[in-house]
Design a protein around this ligand. Structure first.
Ligand code: ADP
Length: 558
C-alpha cells in the first residue's frame, strides 16, 4: 500500500515540472505579446509611423513642385523683353497664355504693364492688371526698396544660379481671395545707373487647372488602379480655404490626414495627404486586430499542443504506474500458489498424513493452485503475444453450447463447493459459429474467475448462452461487488484494476478483461458490461453472424 502512495506522489513533481517548463514560458509569451500589442495600440505607434512617412512624402513633394515652378518661371523669364523693349510685353503674353499680367519697372515713375490679351473680355480683368502694375510701381519706386530687391535677386543668382524669385500674390475677385504666383526678376538691360525690375503673375486658374494637377501626379508615380493596397493621394489648398485648389488624379474626397505648409515658392499654400479609401486609424486598427488574431490563433495552437502533450505525459505516467502495479501483483500471484503447492507437497512427502480424506484434499489444493498458476501464465503469455502482434487464432466451425458446457464442467464442482449458486442456461438450436475454441474458453474462464473473485457475500454465478441477431451471446452474471459507471469503460484496458479496497485485497493482474476484449474483437464481436456497485455485474460477449470476408480471413489463419 505504501509503495503505491509513494509512486503517486512522485507524479506530482513531474507534472509540476511540465507546468513550469512548458506552460509558464508559453503563458509568458502570450501575455508579453498581448501587452506589447496593447502598447502599440495605446501609443498610436502605427499611426505615428504612417504620419511620419507621410510627412516625408510631402517634404519631397514640395521640393519637386518648387523645382518645377522654377523651371517654368525661368523659361518664361528667358523670353521676357529687355528693359528698352516695353512694347514687346503684349507679344510676350501672347506667347505665354498661362501668364495673366506682366510688368516692367524701369526707374521711379516708369512702369509699363500689360494684361493677357486673350482674357481682356473678362470683366475687371484689365482693371486687375492696372492695379497690379501700380502696386509694383509703388513697391519699387522708393529707391531703397528697388535697390534692396535688385541686390537680393543678384545674390540669389550668384548663390543658387536662380534668376527669378517666386512668391504669392492675393487678388480679390468677387467675395473671394484668389491665389496667384508672382515671379520677380531683373530684366536684361538693367544697369547700375538705370536699374530695372520686372515681374509677371500666373493666375489661379492656371495653378488650379494645369500646374498643380500635373505636378501632384508627377509626385505620386506608379499609381496602379488594380493595386488593392491603400495608396496615398495628395492635394493642395490655400491657407484661406479648406477645399482643395487641386488634387492628384485619384483623390477620393474627404480631408487630408497630414498637412504641410509650403515654405519657399508658394507661401500661403498647404499640401495635404491621405490614403485613398481608408484612414490611418483604420489601417492601424486593422493591423492590431490582425496581430491579435494571429496571437490568439497561436495561443490556441500552443494550448492545444500543450493539452495533447499533457494528456500524453499523463497517460504515459498512468501506464507506467499500472505496469509497476502489474509487476508487483503478478509476483504476488505467482508466489502465493507456489508457496501453497510447496507447503502441501512437503507435508504429503513427509508421509505423516494418514487420513485419506485429508490427503485427497491436499492433492486437490495442489491441483487447483497449479491450475491457477497455469491460467495466470497463459494470460501473461497471451498478453505478450498480443502486445508483440504475434497472437494467432485458429478458427473452426464450432458448437458453442458444447464448448461452454465442457469448459464449465470441470469448474462446476469447485464453484459449488465454494458456496456458489451456479446457474447455467443454454438455448437449444444455437447456430454453429467460427471460433478459436481455446481462446473463447479462456475468455469464458476469465469472466467466470472474475465473477467468483469479486463476489463477497452474495455468491451467485450465472452463465447464459442464447441466439442473438443470428449469432450468439454469452453472458456471465454475478451478484458481487459491482463496478461503478465511471470505472466501467476503463476495466477493459490493460493492467487496469479498480482502485477499490475490495478489489485490491483480491489477487489479480489487470490483464484478464483486456485479453477477453482482444479475443472477442478478433472474432468480430464485442464485450460489454452492465453493472451497479453492490448489485453485481453482467458481462456480455457477442459473437456475431459470420460475414463472407470474416470467414475468408479466418479460413486463411485457420
Ligand atoms: P484482474 O486480474 O484485476 O481481475 P481483469 O482485467 O480481469 O483484472 O479485471 C479488471 C478489473 O475489473 C478488476 O480489477 C476489477 O476491478 C474489475 N472487475 C472485473 N470483473 C469484475 C466483476 N465480475 N465484478 C466486479 N469487478 C470486476
Amino acid at each position: 500500500m505504501l509503495k503505491f502512495q509513494v509512486r503517486r506522489w512522485s507524479e506530482r513533481p513531474r507534472m509540476l515540472v511540465f507546468m513550469l517548463g512548458v506552460m509558464l514560458p508559453a503563458a509568458g509569451f502570450i501575455v508579453a505579446g498581448a501587452s506589447y500589442l496593447r502598447n502599440i495600440q495605446r501609443n498610436k505607434a502605427i499611426e505615428a509611423v504612417i504620419q511620419r512617412e507621410h510627412q516625408q512624402v510631402l517634404a519631397i513633394a514640395e521640393k519637386r513642385i518648387d523645382a518645377r515652378a522654377y523651371d517654368i518661371a525661368e523659361e518664361a523669364r528667358a523670353k521676357f523683353p529687355d528693359v528698352n523693349q516695353g512694347d514687346r510685353l503684349e507679344a510676350f503674353l501672347v506667347a505665354h497664355p498661362d501668364i495673366a499680367h506682366a510688368v516692367l519697372w524701369a526707374g521711379k515713375g516708369h512702369v509699363q504693364g500689360q494684361s493677357q490679351p486673350a482674357r481682356m473680355n473678362e470683366p475687371a480683368f484689365g482693371e486687375e492688371g492696372k492695379e497690379f502694375s501700380s502696386m509694383i510701381g509703388h513697391w519699387f519706386d522708393p529707391e531703397s526698396e528697388s535697390k534692396d530687391w535688385i541686390a537680393k535677386l543678384k545674390k540669389m543668382e550668384a548663390k543658387e544660379g536662380k534668376h527669378v524669385y517666386l512668391t504669392d500674390n492675393w487678388v480679390s475677385r468677387g467675395d473671394k481671395w484668389q491665389y496667384q504666383s508672382l515671379v520677380l526678376f531683373v530684366p536684361r538691360g538693367s544697369t547700375a545707373e538705370h536699374p530695372a525690375l520686372a515681374g509677371f503673375v500666373y493666375d489661379t486658374d492656371y495653378l488650379k487647372d494645369k500646374f498643380f494637377p500635373q505636378a501632384l501626379n508627377d509626385v505620386l508615380p506608379n499609381q496602379n488602379q488594380n493595386d488593392t493596397h491603400p495608396q496615398p493621394v495628395i492635394m493642395v489648398r490655400t491657407v484661406k480655404d479648406h477645399a482643395p485648389l487641386a488634387t492628384s488624379l485619384r483623390w477620393d474626397g474627404g480631408s487630408p490626414e497630414v498637412e504641410r505648409s509650403f515654405e519657399g515658392v508658394f507661401p500661403g499654400l498647404v499640401l495635404g495627404i491621405k490614403l485613398r479609401g481608408t484612414t490611418i486609424a483604420n489601417i492601424s486598427n486593422h493591423f492590431v486586430q490582425t496581430a491579435f488574431l494571429i496571437l490568439g490563433a497561436l495561443s490556441l495552437l500552443m494550448g492545444g499542443g500543450m493539452l495533447l502533450t499533457y494528456r500524453n505525459v499523463a497517460r504515459e505516467l498512468a501506464l507506467a504506474k499500472l505496469k509497476s502495479d502489474f509487476v508487483s501483483n503478478v509476483s504476488h500471484e505467482l508466489r502465493t500458489p507456489l508457496a501453497l503447492i510447496r507447503l502441501y507437497a512437503e507435508t504429503l512427502e513427509l508421509g505423516r498424513i494418514s487420513n485419506p480424506g485429508k490427503r485427497q484434499e491436499y492433492y486437490e489444493i495442489i491441483r487447483k493452485e497449479s491450475e491457477r498458476l497455469t491460467s495466470l501464465i497463459n494470460n501473461i503469455l497471451d498478453f505478450s503475444r498480443i502486445e508483440s502482434g504475434k497472437k494467432e487464432y485458429s478458427f473452426r466451425e464450432t458448437d458453442v453450447a458444447d464448448l461452454v458446457r465442457s469448459t464449465l464442467e470441470s469448474y462446476r464442482f469447485e464453484i459449488e463447493q465454494d458456496g456458489f449458486q451456479f446457474e447455467q442456461k443454454i438455448d437449444n438450436d444455437l447456430p454453429q459459429v467460427w471460433v478459436d475454441r481455446e481462446a473463447i474458453a479462456r475468455s469464458l474462464l476469465n469472466l467466470v474467475n472474475n465473477a467468483v473473485k469479486y463476489s463477497a457475500t452474495e455468491k451467485y454465478l450465472g452463465v447464459n448462452l442464447y441466439r442473438h441477431n443470428g449469432g450468439v451471446n454469452l453472458e456471465v452474471v454475478d451478484h458481487g461487488i459491482g463496478i461503478s459507471a465511471k470505472e466501467q469503460p476503463k476495466i477493459f484496458e490493460k493492467f487496469y484494476r479498480v482502485g477499490d479496497p475490495l478489489v485490491h485485497n483480491t489477487k489479480g493482474s489487470g490483464l484478464g478483461l483486456s485479453l477477453v476484449r482482444h479475443i472477442v474483437q478478433a472474432h468480430g464481436g464485442e464485450v460489454a458490461v452492465e453493472s451497479e456497485p453492490g448489485q453485481g455485474s453482467k458481462f456480455i460477449i457477442t459473437l456475431p453472424v459470420q460475414t463472407a470476408e470474416v470467414q475468408q480471413a479466418k479460413g486463411m489463419s485457420a
